[in-house]
Design a protein around this ligand. Structure first.
Ligand code: ADP
Ligand code: 5GP
Length: 193
């Protein structure tokens, strides 16, 4: 019997909105069915991040070489660093019938919509600008300069929400996760395919 292909989910939203938190909840609940697409980035690891788990941390020169090699499904520069989705890894998971979740910025998502038109795109929105700022500051992982940069990028990013198939407002975490799970099941449960 032919192996059913996995479903590719694309998750975007402004920095600090809760994408990583929601993604982790989905990965934890559906461990055996869905995997994270681990991106390459030129950003430095944050405390607690491990190479090959959250990201493959590489130099800018390596990143440029990989672009030249056509290794990325999409890539973009975000807040002074490069980020890209490794093509062969994602293709191989999908071919094995494993679902993949790619948490990427809006510029990368637009490229993904062209190359992978069947992907299920989800945009996470904050309940307000104030809440977004409070979450980003509360996470305390970025310098003040980077926080300001990320908040100003957020304005532009929010204007892309309508280009996604689904939108979720992450106000109450539990409710936002229920919505994400409902969308996930809608595309991955046999009866709904
Ligand atoms: P992103 O991956 O979009 O940059 P994170 O998942 O790192 O965002 O979340 C940013 C911060 O906000 C984290 O400290 C996280 O614990 C917190 N957070 C996420 N969702 C909620 C929520 N619904 N309510 C309150 N805090 C949240
Ligand atoms: P962070 O530095 O907070 O981990 O990520 C910054 C931004 O880069 C987030 O919007 C995140 O979704 C995005 N990002 C992470 N990996 C990729 C990727 O492979 N491609 C693109 N285009 N964006 C990515």
């Amino acid at each position: 019997m032919q192996q059913k292909r996995g479903v590719l989910f694309v998750l975007s939203g402004p920095s600090g909105v809760g994408k990583g938190t929601l993604k982790k909840m989905l990965l934890d609940e559906f461990k055996d069915q869905v995997l994270d697409s681990i991106s390459a980035t030129t950003r430095k690891p944050r405390e607690g991040e491990e190479p090959g788990r959250e990201y493959f941390f590489i130099s800018r020169q390596d990143f440029l070489d990989r672009i030249a090699n056509n290794d990325f499904l999409e890539y973009a520069e975000f807040s002074g660093n490069m980020y890209g989705t490794p093509k062969s890894y994602v293709y191989s998971l999908l071919e094995q019938g494993i679902n993949v979740i790619a948490e990427i910025d809006v510029q990368g998502a637009l490229q993904m919509f062209e190359r992978m038109p069947d992907c299920v795109s989800i945009f996470i929105q904050p309940p307000s600008h104030e809440v977004l700022e409070a979450r980003l500051r509360g996470r305390a992982t970025e310098s003040e300069e980077k926080i300001v940069q990320r908040l100003s990028a957020a304005e532009r990013e929010l204007s892309y929400a309508m280009k996604y198939r689904h939108r979720i407002v992450n106000n109450e975490l539990k409710l936002a996760y229920e919505e994400l799970k409902r969308i996930y099941l809608q595309y991955t449960t046999e009866a709904n395919k």
